[in-house]
Design a protein around this ligand. Structure first.
Ligand code: NCD
Length: 313
């Protein structure tokens, strides 16, 4: 694998290999000395043109646990704010000898351009591009689901027959897109629930069922209920009447939480708007995998960096 740009590019075996290697990486994270020499002498650049806390730190920790040198480059305070183009930035990174570039960018397709324009030799990992994709988030979500269901014994298994309901701001969500392709690839049944204004046009071609009624979805008792953040920063129009209405219709309230089977996992990629798409009690309940997702993110990103940068060794 040369780049990781989209879960739509992955084959089933490739995806399972990444998840299985993440199991190995998780066992390293459980040790007292959490470091492998695998990427010693390699340089990974975190190139973040958009705000991020957990994803950027997660990639940094992952690269460091593999002994890579890590350079954090955030667009704020760099020449990018002076108008330097992606091409110039890429050529600078190339001249500095970057082996891997982890990029987050507000423009959908920027990682693809970086990978294929011929500016750099580095392997490119998409850490979230506009409303397009966030492949490592989907991989860590799949890993989290598999671990909750099977523990480490999940190695080699896909998500055949697992029911996953993704709720909320699908329209603006790269997390939803990457998850839809990956979960479908791994055999899960995916349902989307959102206000009609937040379901993308063309959803009829996606391998999902879509609806508007969260109570109906809760009554089905899915194996996984994945709540998405309301991405107010991407909303330049009114997509729903107000926050109270949103949480009443599409929020995981305490009352809906009480109606879910105890076995349903509650997921959220973070950052959460507590009280809007998810209640504080739901976020902190034993059903919640939110902190598992963060911890698993490191293992999955170690795995992805390993497969991209460690070559055939
Ligand atoms: C997501 C993102 O930035 O796409 N967050 C994340 O990576 N942890 C989801 C979001 O911002 O809602």
């Amino acid at each position: 694998m040369r780049h990781l740009l989209s879960t739509a590019d992955l084959g089933r075996d490739q995806a399972l290999t990444i998840l299985d290697t993440a199991e190995d990486m998780a066992s390293v994270s459980g040790r007292e000395v959490k470091k492998l020499p695998t990427l010693r002498g390699r340089t990974v650049v975190n190139l973040f043109f958009e705000d991020s806390t957990r994803t950027r730190i997660s990639f940094e920790v992952a690269a460091k646990r593999l002994s890579a040198d890590v350079i954090n480059f955030s667009a704020k305070g760099s020449s990018v704010s002076k108008g330097e183009s992606l091409k110039d930035t890429a050529q600078t990174l190339q001249a500095m000898g970057a082996d891997g570039v982890v990029i987050r960018h507000p423009a959908s397709g920027a990682p693809h351009t970086l990978a294929h324009a011929g500016w750099i030799d580095a392997g490119v990992v998409n850490a979230g591009d506009g409303t397009h994709e966030h492949p490592t988030q989907a991989l860590l979500d799949a890993f989290t689901i598999r671990r909750r269901l099977h523990g480490a014994a999940g190695r080699g298994r896909d998500l055949d027959g697992v029911s996953v309901t993704i709720v909320g701001d699908i329209l603006h969500s790269r997390v939803a897109r990457s998850n839809v392709w990956l979960l479908h690839l791994l055999g899960a049944r995916v349902r989307l629930v959102a206000p009609a204004t937040l379901l993308p046009v063309g959803i009829g071609d996606w391998p999902v069922e879509a609806g508007y009624d969260l109570d109906a979805a809760v009554a089905e008792g899915p194996d996984v209920l994945m709540m998405l953040r309301v991405q107010a920063e991407r909303m330049h129009d009114a997509f729903f009447p107000g926050e109270r209405e949103y949480s009443r219709e599409w929020g995981l309230t305490d009352e809906r939480l009480a109606r879910l089977p105890a076995t349903t996992m509650v997921m959220h990629p973070g950052p959460m708007n507590r009280g809007l798409e998810i209640s504080a009690a739901a976020a902190d309940s034993p059903a919640s995998t939110v902190l598992d997702q963060v911890a698993n993110g490191v293992s999955v990103r170690m795995s992805a960096l390993y497969h991209l940068l460690a070559g055939e060794e």
